[in-house]
Design a protein around this ligand. Structure first.
Ligand SMILES: *[C@@H]1O[C@H](CO)[C@@H](O)[C@H](O)[C@H]1NC(C)=O
Ligand SMILES: *[C@@H]1O[C@H](CO)[C@@H](O)[C@H](O)[C@H]1NC(C)=O
Ligand SMILES: *[C@@H]1O[C@H](CO)[C@@H](O)[C@H](O)[C@H]1NC(C)=O
Length: 346
């Protein structure tokens, strides 16, 4: 990750292109993550999803800019499960970021499920209607016999949304085949807390505390994460850095599957209470332990598009918190950080 390479000591050579590409490329990260499994002989299977989604209704609240979309889903074959509820559903709306506020489901018949989604979009309505609504939901593929089940996602794409049409033209189920001795890992930013470090100061320097949670759906591995070095970005601009005091990522400390990264004296607050900053990113190098043999390594984590809602606390100070559900992060897994160690120590 770039925090490892952004500021090498002057006496050292800058990182090679290859290293920089390896750690700075969220695109790659994104691609990889869908398929990433720790330690593994993984293979990815783009299964044909027999589920069929159709939109029943769309309502947009002009007051709160909140969208409510009702879907009717013809269930997939019984070997596939789609998880509509929970806090990990993700939405994108064209080029606009969006925050999922809630989801719900109801089995409406033996073959159909009613699913609804509430979200707030970054852009205003006229911008987004022409865009593609993309929804990502967790899924599972049940295998026969003693083989472990596979984890994955279903991605639903709806084009040219209008209030009366069913324009769902693409449903893709991505299933990651688990080998018996592997961990499937998903990582999320699940809390954000921004507060003015010194409310009396005229400068609006704040402390940003961002919580991450690692989950291992289906494979159920125990995971502990230990951030080593992190940076906070707004768009492409680095606004803060943070590093843990110890360089031994596999020391005795076991932090569990939740971890916080704290950035101090960050000068990034909106002008107005009530604003949302939609383009916060966090990049982290973390040590990861999974409890399975050879299951220790490093994650280069990329968490983009974290929306932070700024409101006022009872005393009138501006505070920030995560808008909507937790946000999925992308990551690359590395079994060692040797190429990055020198710059990590700096
Ligand atoms: C919404 O988007 C349109 C087109 O980009 C723009 O003209 C309009 O000013 C925007 N409205 C608001 C409230 O931002
Ligand atoms: C969406 O609308 C545009 C413009 O009306 C059209 O060119 C395009 O084919 C439509 N796409 C789908 C998937 O219907
Ligand atoms: C931001 O948080 C406040 C307080 O919880 C809430 O009333 C408001 O709707 C949120 N903003 C958005 C855009 O959802």
């Amino acid at each position: 990750m770039a925090s490892a390479t952004a500021s090498p000591p002057p006496s050292r050579e800058p990182p090679t292109c290859k290293e920089t590409a390896a750690i700075c490329s969220p695109c790659c990260g994104g691609l990889f993550t869908l398929f990433a499994v720790i330690l593994i002989l993984y293979s990815v299977n783009k299964a044909y999803c027999h589920a069929k989604f159709s939109i029943q209704s769309i309502t947009v609240s002009p007051v709160s800019d909140t969208w409510h979309v009702d879907f009717l889903v013809k269930n997939p074959s019984s070997r596939y499960s789609i998880y509509y509820e929970g806090d990990d559903a993700a939405v994108r709306f064209g080029s606009s970021n969006a925050a999922v506020l809630s989801t719900s489901q109801k089995r409406s018949s033996s073959s159909h499920t009613a699913f609804s989604l509430d979200f707030v979009a970054e852009c205003n309505t006229s911008d987004v209607v022409a865009g593609v609504l993309e929804i990502k939901l967790r899924a599972k593929h049940k295998l026969y016999g003693l083989e472990p089940d596979d984890a994955g996602h279903v991605n639903v794409q709806c084009h040219n949304l209008t209030l009366n049409h069913e324009n769902i033209d693409k449903i893709q189920l991505t299933i990651i085949e688990n080998s018996a001795n592997s961990c499937y890992l998903e990582l999320f930013a699940d809390t954000v807390s921004v507060s003015n470090a010194n409310a009396n100061a005229r400068v609006s320097a704040a402390e940003w505390r961002i919580g991450f949670v690692a989950r291992s759906p289906v494979t159920g591995c125990k995971i502990s994460l230990r951030p080593i070095k992190s940076r906070l970005l707004r768009g492409d601009e680095v606004i803060a850095k943070s590093s843990s005091p110890s360089m031994d990522p596999f020391g005795q400390v076991v932090t569990g599957d939740e971890t916080n990264v704290v950035f101090e004296t960050v000068v990034a607050m909106p002008e107005v209470i009530g604003d949302v900053i939609w383009d916060i990113r966090v990049e982290i190098i973390a040590g990861v332990k999974t409890g399975i043999e050879y299951g220790n390594g490093f994650l280069l984590v990329f968490c983009g598009d974290i929306p932070v809602n700024f409101t006022a606390d009872p005393a009138g100070n501006m505070i920030g918190s995560l808008l909507g559900n937790m946000r999925r992060c992308d990551y690359l897994y590395r079994d060692n950080l040797n190429p990055y160690l020198e710059s990590l120590r700096s």
